[in-house]
Design a protein around this ligand. Structure first.
Ligand code: PBG
Length: 334
């Protein structure tokens, strides 16, 4: 058999050679996804045996603590190392000063304690921001013009972080984008002896329109109304600013940095990982989930599209990915 073409040319380099067999494709694949690359975000509510679907996020529910424990056990068995908790707070407990955020008997605090009792080895990440607790839906406290006050907000974020750490949270994750909060939270944790409580800083969090389903899930959308978060979250056109934010959070003591959203910000993930060589997480946010799910439910895309998006996020440089697909995808990765 000849491998010459009609001009008598012998091909020395055939990139397709490596792709001709499945075993070989497996051996040379540079980026693969494992269940241990995933973090599962979970919404929690008060009550018992509560299991509330979120219309814009098919397959995602709000769980009361009893059912959260069951769900977390499934997640843990799948080899997913950690979950991230997002509370849905009763309207009556939302105030302008968000004081429910650091109630030692609050929903998050009780959930963390219960999880640590039943699944001590599952990593628990708690979100540090005030939006679930404020009557106006902003991540911080506001002045009379609605401007989110930086330093006043940090004072509350410190109390919130300490209260989560006391409850047993392994990682506190400030997602509020206030200036200087990582350093102050770090100091407070050190002072109180929480030397191994990790800070996952949502350092490059964009003022994205891909958060809408999340805001429905935590019921902050109606509170927020027509207001936005552009005075603290990053402008979608900026890259250098993201790098400056990341640099500050690292300097202030962040253990892990995060880029959010993920798929529309792969360039940022790439640059952050290349520049800082820090543990870097990415958040495939609610809107990314809903877009894919909607197309899959229509039959326009298959589940493999989920894997492809997740691999692209990892290929860009993410060490781990927060994704609402974690539970569905992990069994396919074993
Ligand atoms: C707010 C917060 C948001 C998300 C996580 N924490 C949204 C926002 O800034 O309004 C979004 C997550 C998602 O869309 O999946 N602290």
């Amino acid at each position: 058999m000849t491998t010459q073409n009609t001009l008598g040319y012998h091909f020395a380099k055939r990139p397709r050679r490596l792709r001709s067999d499945a075993f070989c494709r497996d051996l040379v694949r540079e980026t693969t996804l494992k269940p241990s690359d995933l973090i599962y975000p979970l919404f929690i509510v008060e009550g018992e045996r509560e299991y509330q679907p979120i219309p814009s996020m098919p397959g995602i529910y709000r769980y009361s603590i009893d059912l959260l424990l069951q769900e977390a056990a499934v997640v843990y068995t799948l080899g997913i190392p950690a979950i991230a908790l997002f509370p849905v707070i009763d309207d009556a407990k939302k105030t302008a000063d968000a004081r429910e955020a650091y109630n030692p008997e609050g929903l998050v605090q009780r959930a963390v304690k219960a999880l640590k009792e039943s699944l001590p080895d599952l990593g628990i990440i708690t979100d540090v921001a005030l939006d679930p607790f404020t009557s106006h839906g902003q991540d911080g406290v506001i002045d009379e013009k609605g401007y989110v006050l930086n330093d006043e907000t940090i004072n509350i974020l410190i109390k919130q972080s300490l209260s989560y750490a006391k409850a047993g949270a392994d990682i506190v994750a400030p997602s509020d984008m206030m200036d200087g909060r990582v350093g102050q939270i770090r100091q407070a944790l050190e002072k109180e002896g929480f030397i191994n409580t990790k800070i996952l800083a949502y350092s490059a969090k964009y003022a994205s329109h891909l958060y809408s389903p999340f805001r429905e899930a935590v019921q902050s959308a109606k509170r927020l109304g027509k207001s936005n978060k552009q005075t603290y979250q990053l402008d979608i056109g900026n890259t250098n600013e993201a790098l400056r934010e990341i640099a500050l959070d690292i300097e202030e003591g962040a253990d892990i940095v995060m880029v959010k959203p993920a798929l529309a910000y792969l360039d940022i993930i790439w640059r952050v990982k290349q520049t800082f060589e820090m543990p870097t997480f990415a958040y495939q946010v609610s809107g990314e989930y809903s877009m894919l799910m909607a197309a899959i439910q229509q039959g326009w895309l298959t589940e493999e599209a989920i894997l492809e998006c997740l691999v692209s996020i990892k290929r860009a440089g993410a060490d781990a990915i927060l994704t609402y697909f974690a539970k569905e995808i992990a069994p396919l990765l074993k």
